[in-house]
Design a protein around this ligand. Structure first.
Ligand code: FE2
Ligand code: FE2
Length: 373
């Protein structure tokens, strides 16, 4: 199996060709004193032959996390915590609080009758609803209801707050944000809404209901924002879309039937920096392996199976979360012979693609399947 190694390290320009000697070491020291350095000593480090991820593949089992997530509701209020969230830490990205690459993920819990303080930030956010009933979010004055497996966006700099109706059930959802990326670009900010929550500017579910017609868009609206006016993508319409598509196609060799959540006005990604998709693996389906740039955080929405990432098997079932780092080989398997499996994921592909950094490679050995290590 191919791994991320510096191929040809010993036969190119760089440290391998330059033998240290006293004169050179003294020279390096003089450069260091002036806050400079010799590029040939670090060339392979800063310009690898192939993309190298600083993240490792990981899986977070919901069975292990759920009790601790719910316990946070007993320990702190949303008002005290600001955001009562248990966040996921990639073992190699703890320093930037990332779950994978430059993406953050967390699991938030809100009890009936609770609401979070309204705020906004330059980092974009999205949510995937894991459990509960009668949850809602308010984004720029649009109050939107949330149900299990719904996907909802909070584009950068939009005022937002969340809550659960008093007669609802405790809601848990996965938050996905590009905080590590925006922080790395030194462009993040944060502001708290200065009143007791936002005023509802339009009727409940105004935006999703206006724009959710299949292929139809309202002719009496203007939308000049760089993100989807739909805000919410319901599980019902997502499920039906995938099942219908699956009736006429097996989808791609690498993902099965996969559909991107899109801005209905452009067909493009839902937000400027992060995208998301849902995929369906047919009963018994085992996809082929490939790898590509971009960081991906998955959550199983329905079913059970496993994903092999860089030769290691990660078994998942409903509500488990796992990540596929950039340039890691991956292939997915549905373990059921009778039921479809559904995987939600979000990614940084809009950023990667806009910067011209997307590349993809198919695994060509062993009929496209990795050997387990
Ligand atoms: Fe937020
Ligand atoms: Fe992939």
């Amino acid at each position: 199996m191919e791994t991320n190694i510096y191929k040809g390290k010993d036969d190119v320009y760089g440290r391998a060709r330059v033998q240290d000697n006293e004169e050179l070491l003294a020279y390096y020291n003089k450069l260091a004193e002036l806050d400079t350095g010799a590029l040939w000593t670090v060339a392979n480090e800063i310009e690898p032959w192939e993309p190298i991820s600083n993240s490792v593949p990981m899986l977070w089992k919901y069975d292990e996390l759920r009790d601790l997530v719910l316990e946070s509701a007993r320990l702190v209020t949303p008002g005290q915590a600001g955001r009562r969230v248990v966040y996921l830490i990639n073992k190699k990205r703890a320093n930037v609080k990332a779950a994978c690459g430059w993406l953050y993920a967390g699991i938030q819990v809100t009890q009936p009758g609770e609401s979070t303080p309204a705020h906004r930030h330059k980092a974009a956010a999205l949510r995937f609803i894991m459990e509960g009933d009668k949850g809602y979010t308010i984004v720029n004055g649009n109050k939107i209801s949330l149900a299990v497996n719904d996907f909802v966006i909070t584009p950068n700099s939009t005022w937002h707050e969340h809550g659960v109706d008093a007669d609802g059930k405790t809601c848990v959802w996965m938050d996905g944000l590009d905080i590590p990326l925006v922080n790395a670009l030194e462009a993040n900010d944060y502001a708290v809404y200065d009143e007791d929550g936002q005023e509802e500017l339009v009727p409940m579910n105004y935006s999703p209901m206006s724009y959710s017609g299949s292929g139809l868009i309202p002719v009496d609206r203007e939308w000049n924002n760089p993100y989807s006016p739909l805000f919410k993508y319901s599980w019902e319409s997502t499920y039906n879309a995938l099942v219908n598509a699956g009736k006429v196609s097996d989808g791609t060799p690498y993902d099965g039937v996969i559909m991107q959540y899109s801005n209905p006005l452009t067909g493009g990604h839902v937000m400027q920096t992060m995208g998301a998709a849902m995929q369906m693996l047919k009963p018994g389906q085992h996809t082929k392996a490939h790898k590509h740039t971009g960081s991906f955080i998955y959550q199983c929405a329905k079913g059970k199976g496993y994903t092999i990432i860089d030769g290691k098997r990660f078994d998942w079932k409903e509500r488990d979360t796992f990540c596929v780092p950039a340039w890691a080989w991956h292939e997915h398997v549905n373990l059921s012979d009778t039921e479809e499996a559904f995987l939600f994921h979000f990614n940084d592909l809009p950023t990667i693609s806009k910067l011209g950094l997307y590349q993809e490679k198919a695994y060509t050995e062993n009929d496209g399947h990795q050997t387990l290590i």
